[in-house]
Design a binder for this molecule. Structure first.
Ligand code: FAD
Ligand code: AMP
Length: 463
């Protein structure tokens, strides 16, 4: 039976739109259904706008610190409306870029809400009102901010990342619930612009999934910058008192609950896969804990229907979604490629930056793997001193038996860019010895990775 399209993709985020391009590049007749804006969460209300805001905060902070470099800058100030306008311009430009890519690759973009209506059919409601058929389907409907059942969460001035990205002023005081990447990036941004910020995190450390030493270093730095970081603090209720929000939380081990008051409360307690109204259940697509479940090949088990990105859970990251897009398209076109998750880098873009890939020391221990570790601080490096960066370190975890690099954790300047080289090593199973023999340019911050690996091998040079 002939279908109108070879592939139809539901959702145009970094999972869906990358899948569309990859499919079109293979010569497949491709449709992409998007009910909001192309680029999805990442481009419109996620990765990109937050990085634009953080760059403004960094510019403001650097201008204030210019005298440390012998540069006199008077009257340093910021204009919040201009910061937000710059962010909007960047998003608009990139969205135009994705629209152009769809045209260039001859992808049929259908603007509207898609519903899976059969094993090979979808309905579209909205601007493009029509039914389509496709040989294969990729579900990529992404995720939305989690709204846990905390009493008062629906109240005024209790917002998620979706709303705070369009706030029109710096709140004098801000309470952030959740110390994951999203919560911490906003905490850093508003603190840098003068807001009094409190972060409440239920688990014992910030960035709970990361190495404990790294999380401790980050918490110390954020505290030094003036952010009140409360870990082991479970938020119980959000009320109103004296014209402000009043957040009641239970500190771990304490008998009495405590309160923190703030003008705005940011709920950053994670994200939920988005399946609402998509017709998945009716078509027998398996769903567990809100997420669509797939096998190692990203197949849902139903007909030729694959699922990728935030919709299937795991690490909710744009590059994970795009990597899955490539795997799903390969499998649709006849390959049998499993998706591997052992080398997906994570990144936090506040100052100091945090990045990691692979196993932490604790995660390796949990799996019963004997490891060697080595770490090296940025402080003694010539380049770090030259650019006025003293914070942070790089830590390397390698397998004791054969030296294969299992993971790297880093906190400090530009680590989110530099983690790519470590990711290559972990992805391809390089040994620490092989990495150590890779010549790094001097003077650069990348030398910190080299030194940490030398330390893991037991012969650091500059320590
Ligand atoms: P999404 O980007 O959520 O896209 C799904 C798309 O599907 C949406 O456009 C939606 O409108 C559409 N859709 C849903 N249902 C339908 C339907 N029925 N019909 C038609 N269309 C539909 N990740 C990083 O890697 N780095 C970062 O720095 C980073 N920062 C972030 C900051 C914030 C504030 C947030 C919220 C997220 C951030 N993320 C970051 C996470 C990243 O945005 C997501 O992991 C990524 O967008 C997931 O891509 P996706 O394609 O799976 O889903
Ligand atoms: P992430 O899932 O990485 O975006 O991070 C969300 C964070 O919110 C996690 O670290 C959770 O532990 C934290 N969290 C979830 N619910 C609560 C709560 N009620 N109070 C405080 N922190 C919470």
């Amino acid at each position: 039976m002939g279908y109108e399209f070879d592939v139809a993709i539901l959702g145009g985020g970094p999972g869906g739109y990358v899948a569309a391009i990859k499919a079109a590049q293979r010569g497949l007749k491709t449709a992409l259904i998007e009910k909001g804006s192309l680029g999805g969460t990442c481009l419109n209300v996620g990765c990109i706008p937050t990085k634009a805001l953080l760059a403004s905060a960094a510019a403001y902070t650097s201008a204030k610190a210019a005298r440390d470099f012998g540069v006199t800058v008077e009257g340093v100030a910021f204009d919040f409306a201009k910061i937000m306008a710059r962010k909007a311009r960047i998003v608009k430009q990139l969205r135009g870029g994705v629209e152009y890519l769809m045209k260039k690759n001859a992808v049929t973009v259908l603007a509207g809400a898609g519903t899976l209506t059969g094993a090979h059919s979808l309905g579209v409601a909205g601007e493009a009102e029509r039914d389509i058929t496709a040989g294969a389907i990729i579900l990529a409907s992404g995720s939305v901010p989690a709204r846990p059942p905390i009493p008062g969460i629906a109240g005024a001035n209790v917002v998620t990342s979706d709303e705070i990205l369009f706030w029109d002023a710096v709140p004098p005081t801000l309470a952030v619930i959740g110390a994951g990447a999203i919560g911490l990036e906003f905490a850093y941004f508003f603190n840098a612009l003068g807001s009094t910020v409190t972060v409440l995190e239920a688990l014992p450390q910030v960035l709970p999934a990361e190495d404990a030493q790294l999380a401790a270093e980050l918490a110390t730095s954020l505290t030094r910058q003036g952010i009140a970081v409360q870990t082991g603090a479970t938020v119980l209720e959000i009320g109103d008192a004296d014209g402000k929000k009043s957040v009641r939380f239970q500190p771990a081990g304490a008998e009495e609950a405590q309160r923190v008051s703030a003008d705005v409360v940011l709920v950053a307690t994670g994200r939920w896969p988005y399946t609402h109204g998509c017709g998945y259940e009716a078509q027998g697509i398996p769903i567990a804990h809100r997420a669509v479940t797939v096998d190692a090949y990203l197949h849902t088990g139903v007909a030729q229907i694959y699922a990728i990105g935030d919709l299937i859970g795991g690490m909710l990251l744009a590059h994970k979604a795009s990597a899955e897009a490539a795997v799903a398209v390969d499998n649709i076109t006849g390959a049998r490629r499993a998706m591997h998750y052992h080398a997906i880098p994570t990144a936090l873009y506040c100052c100091p930056e945090v990045a990691s890939v692979g196993l932490s020391e604790a995660a390796a221990a949990e799996q019963g793997i004997e490891v060697a570790t080595g770490s090296f601080p940025f402080r003694p490096l010539g380049k770090a001193l030259a650019i006025g960066e003293r914070e942070g370190f790089v830590k390397v975890v390698s397998r004791k038996t054969d030296g294969v690099m299992l993971g790297v954790q880093a906190i400090g300047p530009h680590v989110t860019d530099m983690i790519a080289a470590a990711t290559m090593a972990v992805q391809h199973g390089l040994t620490a010895e092989q990495y150590a023999r890779t010549i790094h340019p001097h003077p650069t911050l990348s030398e910190c990775f080299h030194e940490a690996i030398e330390a893991a091998l037991g012969h650091p040079v500059h320590m």
